[in-house]
Structure formats: C-alpha cells, structure tokens
Design a protein. Structure first.
Length: 55
C-alpha cells in the first residue's frame, strides 16, 4: 500500500458511518495476518543481480 494513501485526511459527515469506521479500525487492531507458505524457492536479490533478471 502506498504511504500517501494512508496519510490522507478524511472527513466523515455521517455519525453512523463514523461509528462503523471506528469499529473497523478497532477490529483490525486485533486481527493478525495469515502465515504464508511458499510453494516455490525464493531468494533476496540486490544491486546488479536485479538488472540481470531482466536482461
């Protein structure tokens, strides 16, 4: 997610929508991410090796 999109100011004009937004934020705090199991081997690539991938 781009940083700019999470740093935006929002204006909530409806009380009910504001309450639902607050509940969603509170629920997101307790939700954890899922564990990911890679199906293919992976490795970290840096510097010149990145360019080599696209040549």
């Amino acid at each position: 997610m781009a940083t700019k999109s999470i740093m935006k100011n929002i204006e909530i004009k409806d009380r009910k929508i504001g309450e639902r937004f607050a509940e969603a934020i509170e629920a997101a705090r307790t939700t954890t991410g899922k564990d990911v199991e890679y199906t293919r081997p992976c490795k970290e690539v840096k510097g010149k090796d990145v360019k080599a991938l696209f040549d």
